[in-house]
Design a protein around this ligand. Structure first.
Ligand code: Z5A
Ligand code: MG
Length: 262
């Protein structure tokens, strides 16, 4: 279902004075407010509604992709863009290495500690669960969250090691489902040419090829595939164009959903 709508940013997004002079002509391909719940449950069987109300809230925008696909660069650019428009927005990343769980993950990634594959998978998941209630509070308060890696990284990387795919998804069920997943798509060979891989675990071409295959299995209706082999500026332009309509739709009112049929 295609809905066409013409908004001015200042009216529909309550953006700041800077934005008031910039009319947006958005063509939304989102389902209408009252049909979101129905369509997501029926079609992709990936999300379940968490909250019956559809009050105005921030959008949960997740960036995913292989190493060096440009996620962190694009997160920063999107943050500046939305901030410049006066929109409440925060940048988060997973793993969040500031918590005690995050420090265990960081030690593992930098090869300072060894952990069983299942154990590290559950730690990555726990690192998201320890942030879940804060995430919900921020979204409900109207703050858009830009998140650099999320559950999809967790499943793609662990299943690429050989862990069972459904087992990897299970601990993620019940986390907040993103409104939009921007998958920065790039051939692993091209990503490897950028900036060089460092010393962290997983930063190897053959492994990244496997991760790419497992990412593809996770694609659902919230995903937008962005060709990330283009210039930083071209990718940035498409990211901004894509995100705007999701910010509008969440601000108009959209229920939060849970990831993977909890
Ligand atoms: N992991 C996991 O196993 N399970 C989980 O649940 C989670 C993560 C959440 C740490 O990730 C590791 O944890 C990661 C997955 C695993 N493993 N690996 N490998 P991280 O997020 O901390 O990794 P990172 O250090 O931030 O690197 P990155 O994410 O791979 O890079 P990126 O953010 O996608 O790219 P970037 O830093 O924006 O750009 C990289 C370089 O390319 C830089 O020099 C840029 O200037 C350049 N660049 C970016 N875009 C372009 C374009 N368009 N053209 C040319 N050059 C570009
Ligand atoms: Mg990064």
């Amino acid at each position: 279902m295609i809905h066409s709508c013409n908004f001015t940013v200042s009216k529909s997004l309550n953006f700041g004075a800077l934005a008031a002079r910039r009319p947006l002509n958005l063509r939304s391909n989102l389902p209408s407010k009252c049909s979101v719940k129905f369509i997501r449950m029926e079609n992709d069987n990936n999300c379940s509604p968490m909250d019956a109300s559809s009050e105005s809230r921030g959008a949960l925008v997740v960036f995913e992709g292989l190493d060096r696909s440009g996620k962190t660069s694009q997160c920063g650019r999107l943050l500046s863009y939305l901030e410049g428009l006066g929109h409440p927005v925060e940048l988060w990343r997973f793993p969040d290495r500031t918590t005690s769980v995050g420090q265990m993950i960081s030690a593992y990634l930098s090869n300072k500690s060894q952990l069983d594959d299942h154990t590290i998978h559950l730690l990555f998941s726990a690192n998201r669960w320890e942030k879940r209630s804060m995430m919900e509070a921020k979204l409900k308060a109207g703050t858009t969250l830009i998140v650099d890696r999320y559950s999809y990284s967790g499943v793609a990387f662990s299943s690429a090691k050989g862990l069972d795919f459904e087992w990897c998804k299970a601990p993620e069920a019940g986390l907040i489902a993103p409104d939009l997943v921007l998958y920065l798509d790039i051939p692993p060979e091209k990503a490897a040419e950028r900036g060089g891989y460092g010393d962290e675990r997983y930063e190897q071409l053959e492994f990244q090829k496997k991760v790419a295959q497992h990412y593809k299995l996770l694609e659902d209706s919230a995903w937008k595939i962005i060709d990330a082999s283009r210039s930083l500026e071209d990718v940035e332009k498409q990211v901004k164009e894509t995100v705007s309509e999701y910010v509008v739709s969440c601000q108009k009112g959209k229920p939060l959903s849970s990831l993977w049929s909890y």
